[in-house]
Write a protein that binds this ligand. Sequence first.
Ligand code: 0O2
Length: 202
Amino acid sequence: MNWEAILAPYSQVVEELKVKLKGMRAQFEYEASHSPIEFITGRVKPVQSILEKAEKRNIPIDRIEQDITDIAGVRVVCQFVDDIYTIVKMLQSRKDFRIIEEKDYISEKKASGYRSYHMTIEYPVETIHGNKVLLAEIQIRTLAMNFWATNEHSLNYKYKGRIPSDVEKRLQRAAEAAFKLDEEMSKIKTEIQEAQRIFHRK
Ligand code: 0O2
């Protein structure tokens, strides 16, 4: 399989989505006092991770592009939980891609403690062989959710998916703490935003 050739259009999808989301962020900064977007990242899933996921989920090689929906992935990181839903609404009204699935792991967290909003989209991209519609995943989360998920992801990698139960318990507690942090920050949101406006003017 020529993975580089297969993944090249996915890399283009990631780059295009990043440009568009960064465009939204810039517009917010010019037009509003608060940008709901803190930062944006993106990646194409490495071939090894694609193959591992396919094996784990019994996906045949010829179904990978249809069944693994996060080969192209972008992440929008926000300051506050409210900001996530502002971005979700804006993405829902866009005409340049079609949302095929949404998962709100914020109102209902995963068993691991993971919280984030996931959107699977069909994104049309121009290739040298014509127009192709590729799947991509947009993850929207707060800074606190991102902090937790990044650390949990590293531990999962370290323990090859079998995190010891004492560490797992600590992660559960950390997830609770991150949730509380988001709640507390939401309560003092206006105060924080005022402080940030003063800081910007200086
Ligand atoms: P990567 O690229 O290294 O991040 P499903 O579980 O199928 O109902 P979901 O959750 O959308 O739906 O799909 P999936 O495949 O389980 O997870 C997709 C991605 O979401 C993951 O990518 C992670 O980025 C993130 N994610 C989901 N669950 C967790 C979790 O419990 N902890 C953390 N840290 N991240 C999670 P990959 O495949 O891990 O790869």
